[in-house]
Design a protein around this ligand. Structure first.
Ligand SMILES: C[C@@H]1O[C@@H](Oc2ccc([N+](=O)[O-])cc2)[C@@H](O)[C@H](O)[C@@H]1O
Length: 482
């Protein structure tokens, strides 16, 4: 009996080392779940394969919502006010009593028209595949009943609702993934301020507030994305980021599902994490060798709802499509931010932008979801054209790796953001890959094949009459074998 047990043990360890070397993922082998344990250091954490769903999803919606939505300046209102911002000081003097505090705004955050199912329906129609909600911004107000945020959370003050809980349920019911944004630091938390005063040699805040909150968020709501922020004041050694991530990847209820970004302490962004945000609105315009995400906001001047926002301040549908298309072509995901209002609505202008995107994706989504970057990104002759491709088997090992050749590619997509006045589209980078008689070209949304020819290394594509074309704002040519 003992010998048999020993044999099983040896066999298990052999199988387990094999499977971890192979892919680093957990898998079932003869009924045993063998999964790799990550050690709490960046080198090992960086070996974790990216969960497939995230690279396939390509598009997410970011929501900055909280007490700051009441004032309608920006999510940085409180800090800017305390920092002596003249405009804010004048505004507060003119419209609020002299002793009015930021906390006094919280009861005005009622979210009385908040209908999570209606929101989820809008998000579904936008074509986004995941949602990221601010569970806590730098003001420390939690949008869930944090056990460590006494009278400074949405369940006790303001909406008197568990916003994270309600939205996560509705979003998942619509078939979308749910994620949370979470700020590591809190501007004015006295316990954090004490650690800061001690040059972060003490870790009172990290131990008594940050870790319990993070664990509550993960255990109770099982988010698919943890979008960390507010990391920049100190090192990951204070935040204990690697210990947290090892727990998240090894033991948490979302260990196989969750993806995290790169904001985990000074020097970490753009270097570690499942995907990189680098700077906000980061869009490098060239293929990156690690999965990344372009987080940008429809109101070009704020993440949170801004009452004086004008139409002019918002990104047009064309500008949004430019961000989405160029990002995905370069191996990124697009995370599009809108700020809901204090009463729990999403302003019609944001709705319209999101629905425009959704209508575009209904026709052109084939060139977006689950695609890979192609050999070229931005066409070298026509700057308005970006490429993606579809492989036989979507490679998840290196989602942003350049394909070596046309092998395994079943379709190339050329997405163009400006309709050429001549109705002829000229492209450079396709010429070497297209072979007459072998390839056919279609315009997504329209029936029939498109005429094309190659002369002097330039592919010339005859577009149909624009009045007969169904897609708006941007168009996709699909190249595939006949
Ligand atoms: C998504 C945004 O994230 C942070 O802002 C940042 C963080 C990092 C950079 N950066 O690295 O360039 C720029 C803005 C927040 O301060 C901001 O309010 C918003 O939530």
């Amino acid at each position: 009996m003992k010998i048999l047990l020993l044999c099983i043990l040896v066999l298990c360890s052999v199988v387990s080392s094999y499977s971890t070397v192979e892919s680093g993922e957990s898998r079932h082998i003869s009924g045993h779940l063998v999964s790799k344990k990550y050690s709490p250091d960046w080198k090992d954490l960086d070996t974790r394969p990216l969960p497939h769903w995230y690279d396939d999803a390509k598009i997410g919606i970011f929501l900055h919502w909280g007490v700051y939505s009441v004032i309608g300046f920006s999510e940085w209102f409180w800090s800017n006010w305390k920092g002596g911002d003249k405009k804010i000081t004048k505004f507060m003097k003119e419209h609020y009593p002299p002793d009015f505090t930021y906390q006094d705004f919280a009861p005005m955050f009622k979210a009385e028209f908040f209908d999570p199912t209606e929101w989820a329906d809008l998000f579904l129609k936008s074509g986004a595949r995941y949602i990221v909600l601010t569970s806590k911004h730098h003001d420390g107000f939690t949008m869930f009943p944090s056990h460590r945020s006494y009278s400074w959370n949405s369940y006790e003050v303001g909406p008197k609702r568990d916003i994270v809980g309600e939205l996560s349920t509705a979003v998942r019911a619509a078939g979308l993934k749910f994620g949370v944004y979470h700020s590591l630091y809190e501007w004015f938390n006295p316990i954090y301020e004490e650690d800061k005063k001690n040059n972060f040699t003490t870790r009172y805040y990290a131990e008594t507030k940050l870790w319990p909150d993070l664990k509550q968020l993960i255990n109770d709501y099982k988010p698919s994305v943890l979008w960390s922020d507010g990391d920049w004041e100190t090192y990951d050694t204070y935040w204990k980021s690697t210990d947290f991530l090892a727990w998240l990847y090894n033991e948490s209820p979302v260990k196989d599902e969750i993806v995290v970004n790169d904001r985990w302490g000074i020097g970490i962004p753009c270097k570690h994490g499942d995907f990189y945000n680098c700077a906000d609105r980061y869009n490098p315009g060239s293929l990156q060798n690690h999965k990344w995400e372009n987080a940008f906001t429809v109101d070009s001047r704020s993440w949170g709802f801004r009452k004086p926002m004008t139409l002019n301040d918002t990104l047009s549908t064309n500008q949004i499509l430019y961000q989405v298309v160029s990002t995905i072509s370069c191996g990124g995901n697009a995370l599009i931010n809108v700020g809901p209002t204090q009463d729990g609505t999403i302003s019609p202008i944001f709705q319209e932008r999101l629905l425009d995107l959704g209508n575009w994706l209904k026709i052109n989504g084939e060139a977006i979801y689950s695609t890979s970057p192609w050999l070229h990104q931005n066409d070298s002759l026509n700057q308005d054209v970006w490429y993606t491709c579809r492989k036989v088997k979507h490679s998840h090992r290196h989602p942003t790796a350049i394909p070596r050749d046309n092998d395994n590619i079943i379709a190339i997509y050329a997405i163009f953001l400006k309709w050429p006045t001549t109705n002829i589209l000229l492209l450079k980078d396709l010429s070497t890959y297209l072979h007459n008689g072998v390839y056919k070209i279609e315009l997504l949304g329209n029936e029939g094949l498109i005429n094309w020819n190659i002369k002097n290394g330039v592919t010339s594509i005859e577009l149909p009459d624009k009045a007969k074309v169904h897609s708006e704002n941007a168009w996709t040519l699909k190249m595939s074998l006949k």
